[in-house]
Design a protein around this ligand. Structure first.
Ligand SMILES: [Fe+2]
Length: 311
C-alpha cells in the first residue's frame, strides 16, 4: 500500500469514526476548575456529531485534557498493586484486565476523578449528549483506572444498565486513554459494533489523551476483543467513568412538596400563621393524599385565612 493510499485510508477512518480534536477548557492553575456554562457550550459544540454517530451516539475527542493534566494522569497511574484492585484472568471475555479504584490512589488521582464527577463535567456531557439530569458515581462501580496486559482482552459486550447500589440507570461511558507512542500493531483498539452485534463499525486506537464518550444503550456493543499484542512491559491504560440518570418514577413513589417549615410552641402568632399557611398549601397541592372531605375542609380554611389576611 502506498503512503498516499495509507494516508487516505487513515483520513477516511477518522471521518467515519467521527474523531475531532478539542480540549476541554479546564483551568489547572489553581487546582482543577471549569466554568459550568463554558463546559456546556463545549459539549453543545459537538452535540450534532455525537447524536448522528453510527451505530449509536458516540464521539472520539483527541487532545481532550489539557496536556499537563493528561501527563499527570499517566505519571500517577499506580504501578504497584492496590488493596482494592479487581483483576480478571482466564475468563472468555475478560482476561488480564485490572481495575483500580481512584479512592485507593494518591491525592492527585483522587482529585482528578472527583473532578470528573463534578457539575462542570456533567454539564459538558449534558450539552454533548442531550441527556439532562446526569449523575456521577462517587463509588466508581466498575470504573476508575483500567489496565490490560499483553494477551489481555475485553470481549464484545453491552454494559450493565442499572447501578444496583444507587438504583440508577446507566446512560454514558467516558473513557480517556493514556497510552503514549502506541503502535497500531499493539492492538487494543476499542471496537464499536452495530446493534445486532454482528458487524464491526469502528475501530478506535487507544491513543494518549483520546476521549471516547458513548451512550450505554441496551445494544451499544463495544469492547477490545482481540488479545493485546503490546510488548510485555507496556500495558493498555485508560480512565473509565460511568454516568447515570434517575427514574421519573420517583414522583410516583414520593409525593413531592417544597421545604415545609414548622413553628415551635413558643413562636409568635405571625410565625405560626405563616407555618400553618405553608402546611395548608402543601396538603392542598397533594389532593390525592387526602380524603375528599378533609381536602374540602382545608381548602375552605385556606380561603377563610386569605379573606382575613386581606381584610
Ligand atoms: Fe463496557
Amino acid at each position: 500500500m502506498s503512503a498516499q493510499t495509507l494516508s487516505l485510508n487513515i483520513s477516511n477512518a477518522m471521518v467515519q469514526s467521527g474523531i475531532v480534536h478539542d480540549t476541554l477548557p479546564i483551568n489547572t492553575r489553581d487546582g482543577l476548575s471549569l466554568d459550568l456554562a463554558e463546559a456546556r457550550r463545549f459539549g453543545v459544540r459537538w452535540a450534532a456529531q455525537y447524536d448522528a454517530a453510527d451505530p449509536y451516539p458516540h464521539i472520539v475527542i483527541d487532545g481532550f485534557l489539557p496536556a499537563d493534566l493528561a501527563d499527570m494522569a499517566l505519571s500517577n497511574f499506580p504501578s504497584g498493586t492496590r488493596a482494592s484492585d479487581v483483576v480478571y484472568v482466564d475468563r472468555p471475555f475478560e482476561h488480564r484486565k485490572r481495575q483500580i479504584l481512584p479512592t485507593d490512589c494518591n491525592e492527585s488521582v483522587r482529585r482528578l476523578f472527583d473532578f470528573f464527577n463534578s457539575a462542570p463535567v456533567l454539564a459538558f456531557l449534558e450539552g454533548l449528549t442531550g441527556i439532562e439530569g446526569l449523575i456521577s458515581d462517587p463509588y466508581f462501580d466498575g470504573g476508575g483506572f483500567h489496565e490490560i496486559s499483553r494477551g489481555g482482552l475485553l470481549g464484545l459486550h453491552a454494559d450493565f444498565r442499572i447501578n444496583r447500589k444507587l438504583r440508577l440507570n446507566r446512560r454514558l461511558n467516558l473513557l480517556v486513554y493514556l497510552n503514549k507512542d502506541w503502535q497500531e500493531s499493539y492492538g487494543g483498539h476499542l471496537e464499536i459494533w452495530d446493534k445486532t452485534g454482528k458487524r464491526r463499525v469502528h475501530r478506535i486506537a487507544p491513543l494518549f489523551n483520546r476521549c471516547v464518550v458513548f451512550n450505554t444503550n441496551k445494544d451499544s456493543y463495544h469492547g477490545h476483543p482481540d488479545p493485546l499484542s503490546a510488548p510485555e512491559h507496556l500495558t493498555r491504560k485508560s480512565m473509565a467513568l460511568y454516568y447515570y440518570t434517575a427514574s421519573e418514577k420517583i414522583y410516583e413513589e414520593t409525593p413531592p412538596h417544597r421545604t415545609v417549615f414548622v413553628a415551635r410552641p413558643d413562636d409568635g402568632d405571625a410565625t405560626k400563621r405563616v407555618a400553618l399557611k405553608m402546611k395548608l398549601k402543601t396538603y392542598l397541592s397533594l389532593p390525592e393524599l387526602l380524603p375528599p372531605i378533609l381536602y374540602r375542609s382545608l381548602r375552605s380554611l385556606k380561603h377563610r385565612m386569605k379573606r382575613q389576611g386581606s381584610a
